[in-house]
Design a protein around this ligand. Structure first.
Ligand SMILES: [Zn+2]
Length: 92
């Protein structure tokens, strides 16, 4: 069974998802589940991955500092996660 769609132009109902059978107006179908050409939404449910700074524009010593900072950040996250995991098993 096809979905009945209401025309936003004339208010008539029809099954054609491309255009209205009454007035031939193109449907302005808005889908909540469609990826609306937004590249950020592709990664909405992906885990963040560690990315090293490999920008050749940045001098090597500066990149080392940036990457050391990134490593520190992930170390803090790992330790924090381990503590939360232990706290859970202590609690139950
Ligand atoms: Zn219409």
């Amino acid at each position: 069974m096809a979905t009945q769609l209401k025309c936003t132009q004339c208010g008539e109902w029809g099954e054609d998802s491309d255009r209205c059978p009454s007035c031939a107006a193109e449907r302005q179908v808005h889908s909540t589940f469609a990826n609306q050409e937004n590249p950020n939404r592709h990664k909405a449910f992906e885990m963040p991955t560690m990315e090293w700074n490999t920008d050749p524009q940045i001098p090597h010593w500066k990149r080392s500092l940036i990457n050391a900072g990134k490593a520190m950040h992930w170390a803090v996250l790992a330790v924090g996660g381990a503590i939360a995991w232990m706290a859970y098993w202590v609690a139950v």
